[in-house]
Design a protein around this ligand. Sequence first.
Ligand code: ADP
Length: 288
Amino acid sequence: MSEIDRAISHSTGRPFHNRSSTSLGGGCINQASRITGEDGREYFLKQNHASFLAFFEAEARALTEIRDTQSVRAPEVIAYGQAQDKAFLVLEFIEEGSSSSKSQEKMGAQLAKMHQVEQPHFGWGVDNCIGATPQPNPKHDHWPEFYRDHRLGHQFRLAEKKGRKFQGSEDLLACISSFFSNYTPRPSLLHGDLWGGNASQDKNGEPFIFDPASYYGDREADLAFTYMFGGFSHAFYHAYEREYPLDRGFGVRKVLYNLYHELNHFNLFGGGYASSAQSSIDQLLQAA
Ligand code: ADP
């Protein structure tokens, strides 16, 4: 029995013997596969270098925290650990179905419910990663400072290490509070990496979200990222707004929140993301 089979057997209380495994596409960072046991049970398996163990542990914790809200479905965590030179994470396998207006509407309403789950502090107390970039999540009482130091400032520092200094970055960090003059964000439970590739629906049209980079923060950050690559329909936004209306200043802060992802994409992949980030900075400095 392999280490992974043993972990599944231990967690489920029934012996699991892997019969076959099929590699899955769609992921950006990890090797994902569907594994089937001799008894027909199926699981979703993610593997990466052993140094990813802490990230898998954080992902498992986030998935459990999302599931505990009983708002939007997230895969159940079966096991995680290290097998030989690899870290692994085993989750409930959820067969995907096709998207519909109804499933989008449900997802909007359920995400709004999840965002109503709050903690006293911003941050999370556990660091995780966004893509493959480490994401610091210290607990913090003040959102604009948290966002300045641990989101934008963090990504600007990583970019500088790669030799890229963005024009106006310091001015933007210095005036960050101006984007929050009439708005007080709440520390909501966030998915943290909510693009279309991390949200889906099962065969019955029930939405589910996965691959989180959770922390407690302004819910607008989750909403903003749904717009960056698309994949969410009008029904999704309409249902969200009905359940938990957004503040009117979201339109400007959306740019501020997606700048974090543009910088992260630049730091991970380089290329044209630098000019997207620079034009967001220019736009924000004009609005400030
Ligand atoms: P990565 O961490 O590499 O980005 P993901 O967690 O996004 O990997 O998973 C890769 C793909 O596997 C997703 O695009 C999705 O289609 C599918 N997937 C993710 N979680 C599950 C699951 N629990 N059950 C079935 N398929 C899943």
